[in-house]
Write a protein that binds this ligand. Structure first.
Ligand code: IMP
Length: 426
């Protein structure tokens, strides 16, 4: 099996969890390489629904080794709660889970900082984050003075000293900016030590592990989190997350060469959604948005926030396909569009009277573009029972064919319902 990368091509929540679940058992290893507990990957197995935040979706297959890579913002509290919840439901989480000693820790002051900064922001500085401490954790990583890698907690003396200095500084900032009294370093230390002891059997040098695996010809599935349009550098900055969550971040976040990625599968919803602030050219504010939100259960897996909904955006899709060198497409939630008389696809953007040649870098420009839409006829039938393309209504087939044409990539997977079985493989 080739080394595959599953990547969201929109603003996250595309349904990557289901695709990773579908492909995981054909790989030896599944690795998460970016983001943290801001992610929420849903997998439905029979009557059971699993929402995974940090653990790779491959965990549902005992024989697959799951790795939380170097690039992940690691929240030990969320991770242990997730392990407990999976084990309570009979899922094996043992030596099949490895955690990078280089992953940076999300600590309580990161979550407090995220929360306070969001609360006190408005207008252009408000991002609508998940408040999981992701931005502050990655900022501290880049600052170097303030970052703490997982491996460091196993050197308790130096960890305690560094933590003390960091918390002292953070508390000064909390006090000065937000009149907040801050946190207690001892309490954080005790709690991290407890969690770290428990997680010790899982800690590895994941860079060595993954490179050894590649040399031995074992196959890896790179599990993207969030989506290309939330990538720190290539997304709709500043309304993005703080990691390179496109496929470009996979080599760095996993610690392997870019040559390790044989094949990139781009995952897109049959429409678009976005949570949080930021430009969204194909956004709808009418009853169709409501229709999509209710049929698609478009509420955040992590935060429960209602998602903004809109038409499929082929301009953004084409951009994301290029950035990620996408080989094939997985189109998710096609069933949600059943019952609409007409379906629009955004095929171009106009800005100040002229058509843009490429996806704009500037979010202010993107917020002002006028979407140019193409209208296709919808279909009335429910399609969740369809298991081949030919079983789909003719207009649904035409819709998929038009997406293929606009994105110049073949559609290889179509999801018509949340269940594992509700999937068409082409
Ligand atoms: P942060 O990653 O919590 O800092 O949030 C930054 C932006 O990314 C916000 O608009 C979030 O709603 C969005 N975001 C972060 N993670 C996800 C995700 O897994 N799915 C969808 N949106 C996300």
């Amino acid at each position: 099996m080739a080394n595959n990368c599953v990547i969201g091509l929109q603003w996250g929540d595309e349904g990557k969890g289901k695709i990773v679940d579908a492909l995981a058992s054909a790989h030896d290893i599944v690795v998460r390489y970016c983001g943290g507990a801001n992610a929420g990957h849903s997998v439905t197995v029979g009557p059971e629904r699993f929402a995974l935040h940090l653990i790779p979706s491959g965990i549902l297959f005992e024989q697959v080794l799951c790795v939380i890579g170097t690039g992940v913002a690691l929240d030990l509290e969320v991770l242990t709660a997730e392990i407990d919840a999976l084990q309570a439901r009979g899922v094996k989480v043992d030596q099949n889970l490895k955690i990078s000693d280089r992953a940076h820790l999300v600590l309580p002051y990161h979550k407090l900082e995220d929360e306070l900064a969001e609360q006190s922001s408005s207008g252009p500085t408000k991002l609508g984050t998940t408040k999981r401490g992701i931005g502050p954790c990655y900022s501290d990583r880049a600052s170097r003075r303030m970052g703490i890698r997982f491996g460091q907690v196993y050197q308790p003396d130096s960890f305690r000293e560094k933590l003390g200095q960091i918390v002292e500084q953070k508390n000064k900032i909390f006090q000065a900016l937000y009149a907040n009294q801050g946190l207690d370093a001892d309490q954080i230390f005790q709690s991290v030590q407890k969690l770290a002891q428990r997680l010790r059997p899982h800690v590895v040098d994941s860079t060595a592990l993954l490179n050894d695996a590649l040399e031995q010809g074992r196959s890896i599935l790179f599990e993207g989190a969030q989506g290309c349009l939330l990538d720190l550098d290539h997304g709709t900055y500043p309304y993005v997350t703080s990691s390179n969550c496109s496929a470009l971040g996979a080599p760095a976040g996993a610690g392997v060469s870019f040559r390790a990625l044989d094949n990139v599968i781009g995952v897109l919803k049959a429409y678009c959604t976005r949570v949080g602030e930021g430009p969204f050219p194909s956004e709808l504010h009418d009853s169709t948005a409501e229709y999509i939100r209710e049929r698609g259960h478009e509420y955040g897996t992590t935060t429960g926030r209602p998602r903004r909904c809109g038409w499929f955006d082929a301009v953004a899709g084409r951009y994301a396909c290029r950035i990620n060198a996408v080989d094939s497409l997985a189109i998710m939630l096609l069933d949600v569009l059943s019952g609409l008389d007409e379906i629009n696809i955004v095929t171009a953007y106009r800005y100040k009277g002229r058509q843009l040649e490429s996806f704009p870098a500037d979010s202010e420009v993107l917020a002002q573009v006028e979407p140019v839409c193409e209208t296709l006829p919808g279909w009335a039938e429910e399609i969740d029972h369809c298991r081949s393309i030919s079983e789909l209504p003719a207009n649904a087939q035409k819709y998929l064919a038009r997406i293929e044409q606009l994105l110049s990539r073949p559609v290889k997977i179509v999801s018509v319902g949340p269940d594992r079985e509700a999937t068409i493989y082409i």
